[in-house]
Design a protein. Structure first.
Length: 377
């Protein structure tokens, strides 16, 4: 996959593909045109290993069918993704970043960049970043966009199903040979654990941030409450709505659980409560069924499959950096900390008031640790 596309006349072609520079492609193009060959654009594109796109541009991989752990199948399976930086000649400088709950790959764009700033975690001068849209986010295959399995007919999926589909994109579409690291926040952290268990020889490093190898009872309850709130909305109509339901209660619950009382209280003064509440209750981007299906995936999240955390963690060659938030109310930190303790993995416990929204108040500490960890061979 190329990092950039270039235009010459009416033709578009790739640059920076596996170490091939723009100047080489321009030279090739010049020689072909001077020879008198009027090649169509499609032949120029054939020089690329995959369809080219600018850094961060939304792309869709069409995988046909995706068989799930349940035995069900996602038909016309699609996975959204964005790439950043340049894939090296060995195709192994890859850092994978899956999306968080109700997030999309566009939300991950600030995590990639060529200069240290803000929330950047992946240095694109060194790494080829791949941001993935998870199933159920409205970009990858979801209840909201499936033509053959629309709405409630869409099969329930797991974190491991997401990782398997992402693996197919890397190996079948991008021709990646090895992944240097997988890192993710929240549900992206859950997927990071899934990646480590499914493909321990394919990845070297893992950085789950406010993620977990297994949803605890409290984690499951917090998602079940949101599901019940969505289903109780009169506009939901058992998932067969033609207009998005308001979901005021579900939105209120989600905001309350996402961070600490201190952080929420700092967002507005008491006199501004009504305006603050209206903002919280406002309709969200995500489709109602999509929200339920991703919440179900978290409720069922468990990469242990009957093993103890210690047994499974110690059996894997993947090296971990585990980052949690001490006051997290969305993802209980204990399972991730137990995993780190079992393997002697580096750990960072954030004490910030933003808690699960860790990059909102503790981005510098997280960035420094992540970038240092990723810099190892």
């Amino acid at each position: 996959m190329c990092a950039k596309t270039y235009r010459e006349g009416s033709h578009f072609f790739c640059g920076d593909v596996a170490g091939i520079s723009q100047s080489i492609y321009l030279s090739m193009y010049s020689q072909i045109m001077k020879s008198g060959w009027m090649l169509p654009a499609i032949l120029m594109l054939a020089l690329c290993p995959a369809l080219c796109a600018e850094d961060g541009q939304q792309q869709i991989a069409e995988l046909g069918s995706c068989k799930l752990a349940s035995g069900e199948v996602i038909l016309d399976c699609k996975v959204g993704y964005r790439t950043f930086g340049t894939l090296n000649a060995d195709r192994n400088n890859v850092v994978v970043v899956p999306t968080w709950l109700n997030g999309r790959s566009q939300d991950l764009i600030p995590l990639f960049g060529s200069r240290p700033a803000g929330q950047r975690l992946v240095d694109t001068t060194k790494f080829f970043g791949v941001a993935f849209d998870a199933f159920g986010d409205g970009v990858s295959s979801s209840p909201s966009n499936s033509r053959q399995q629309s709405g409630p007919a869409f099969p329930v999926f797991t974190m491991e199903d997401m990782a398997r589909a992402q693996y197919r994109v890397l190996t079948e579409i991008l021709k990646v040979k090895h992944v240097h690291a997988v890192l993710g926040l929240s549900m992206g952290g859950h997927q990071t654990f899934a990646w480590s268990v499914l493909y321990p020889e394919f990845i070297t490093l893992a950085v789950p941030i406010v993620g977990s190898p297994q949803a605890t009872n409290f984690d499951q309850l917090s998602k079940q409450i949101v599901i019940d709130a969505i289903k109780s909305d009169p506009g939901y109509q058992d998932g067969h709505y033609t207009k998005q339901p308001a979901l005021k209660l579900a939105n209120e619950i989600g905001v309350q659980m996402l961070t600490t009382p201190a952080y929420r209280n700092s967002e507005a003064s008491r006199s501004e409560y009504e305006a603050w509440l209206a903002k919280i209750e406002a309709p969200q981007r995500q489709d109602a069924n999509d929200r339920i299906w991703q919440a179900k995936a978290i409720i069922g999240h468990d990469v242990l499959h009957g093993k103890s955390i210690e047994e499974l963690a110690r059996s894997l060659p993947v090296k971990f950096l585990v980052i949690v938030a001490a006051e997290d109310r969305m993802v209980t930190p204990a399972p991730a900390l137990a995993w780190a303790n079992a393997t002697g993995a580096e750990t960072y416990i954030s004490k910030g008031e933003c808690a699960h929204l860790i990059l909102s108040c503790d981005a510098l500490a997280v960035r420094e640790r992540v970038e240092r960890f990723l810099s190892q061979p």
